[in-house]
Design a protein around this ligand. Structure first.
Ligand SMILES: *[C@@H]1O[C@H](CO)[C@@H](O)[C@H](O)[C@H]1NC(C)=O
Length: 434
């Protein structure tokens, strides 16, 4: 699968990302001002609540604080308080005292794009069955604007977690920017700076490595670190802050995960969207098995254990993209093709910012005023996966695979170590075992 905006080398990416971060932030602020002015927030099916974080940092539980075990890092106050906050119980327990027996936990991992999150949360609020499950929102960094949106969620149980070792939480030391670190193509000996360059000679960029760190921390924490989910035996669905989800997504996913053992025993996962992010599906009367995608993917603990055993491979592969790392290093090591099962029509789409495309074409979905211009047909509002269907299997699809050397950006041994620490921090270490 081609992901056009990932193609350029790391320096271009860094610059473009910075540029788009600036532009998106600017337009985000403008949009938010407009949204608030025109009061369209009241259209949303969830409301803001005023009780902000009165209990922030106030809960002292006897639970082990994992950060003490991380050899690498001296934690600052913010990092410690975030770690404590992660132990707080979910919100809305009063509204949703029980979860459905066969629920699929949903994890949404986000950074700092409030207008995107607003759109995603809005789409989640319309999902049939959402009230039966737990929504976990994993934050890369601490941002009030993002918290406000999460505070407003009333349509299901919500648990918020914050990556306590995010580069965004360390403004002047590793894994954030530290004054002694080498930049760009500096030479650590000649320039007396710290760091190892990647395979292309570039030094780490905290902003860029934060995504892979967050994904890996989040995976380890959700499967092995939270008391809300460590006993969860079913699937967990993963989404990003720019993934719009259709009203039928949850019911479709329940069907797919039930059908998977019988219809596609060689499938490791169930997906809401095609692995080609531009496709909306084939519309056939058939299930589809294909290579793992990175939009709306779900799998169970058995698969997580397989991934976790490849921690060394994941953490040392010189590519700053978690998904390319999985395709090139982790899945190929499973010893056979890694297929996922999905329906013939998508139930989730990756949207971009209108006018600010990162390799997306004009026709693809984009966001404006906290709303996404995705046309939903009636068939997208009800479950549209049939248990009587057969499976169409795509073999040998294009895309990143074993042998690709990586886009770089992940050459610093401190990043490799931190990443490995995340895999060990909950006391499970089975790397190398079959
Ligand atoms: C989890 O999924 C895998 C791959 O689909 C399957 O082989 C395994 O049996 C499932 N595990 C459980 C506990 O359901």
């Amino acid at each position: 699968m081609a992901i056009p905006y990932r193609k350029p080398r790391i320096k271009d990416v860094a610059f473009r990302r910075l540029l788009s971060v600036v532009l998106i932030t600017l337009s985000g602020v403008l949009l938010l001002v407009m949204v608030l002015r025109t009061n369209s927030v009241s259209d949303l099916s969830f409301t803001y609540s005023d009780d902000t974080d009165a209990s922030f940092g106030a809960t002292r539980r006897s639970t082990k604080v994992v950060g003490e075990n991380l050899k690498l890092l001296k934690q600052n106050e913010l990092s410690i308080s975030l770690e404590k906050r992660n132990q707080m119980p979910p919100r809305n327990l009063d509204l949703y005292p029980t979860l459905a027996k066969d629920h699929i936990v949903i994890v949404l991992y986000v950074h700092n794009r409030p207008q995107y999150l607003l759109a995603v949360v809005n789409s989640l609020s319309r999902v049939t069955g959402i009230s039966e499950t737990l929504l976990i929102i994993s934050h890369d960094g601490y941002f009030e604007e993002m918290n406000k949106i999460v505070d407003g969620i009333k349509f299901c149980r919500v648990k918020q977690i914050f990556a306590p070792f995010s580069p965004h939480v360390f403004p002047d030391s590793f894994p954030g920017i530290s004054p002694m670190d080498c930049r760009d193509k500096q030479n650590s000996i000649k320039d007396k700076c710290k760091g190892n360059p990647d395979q292309y000679g570039n030094h780490r960029s905290p902003k860029i490595v934060s995504l892979k760190h967050h994904w890996w921390w989040m995976m380890n924490t959700v499967w092995d670190g939270l008391k809300e989910t460590t006993l969860h035996s079913g699937h967990i669905l993963f989404m990003e802050e720019d993934h719009f989800i259709y009203p039928n997504a949850y019911r479709n996913l329940q069907l797919l995960t039930k059908l998977k053992p019988e219809k596609c025993p060689s499938c490791y996962a169930a997906n809401l969207a095609p692995s080609d992010v531009k496709s909306r599906g084939e519309g056939w009367d058939s299930l589809i098995a294909e290579r793992m995608g990175n939009v709306g993917y779900s799998f169970n603990r058995t698969v997580w254990r397989m991934i976790h055993r490849k921690a060394r491979e994941f953490c040392s592969f010189d590519d700053y993209n978690w998904d390319i790392t999985m395709w090139v290093e982790v899945y190929p090591s499973f010893g056979g093709p890694v297929y996922t099962l999905r329906g013939p029509r998508t139930s989730a789409v990756h949207f971009g910012k209108c006018g600010l495309h990162q390799g997306q074409d004009e026709k693809s979905s984009c966001i404006d005023n906290g709303a996404v211009n995705i046309a939903l047909e009636d068939i997208d509002r009800v479950p549209n996966v049939q248990s009587s269907w057969g499976v169409h299997l795509y073999k040998n699809q294009d895309g990143y695979k074993a042998g690709f050397r990586g886009w770089g950006g992940w050459g610093d041994t401190r990043d490799h170590q931190l990443c490995l620490e995340f895999a060990k921090m909950y006391g499970i270490w089975d790397a190398g075992k079959k």
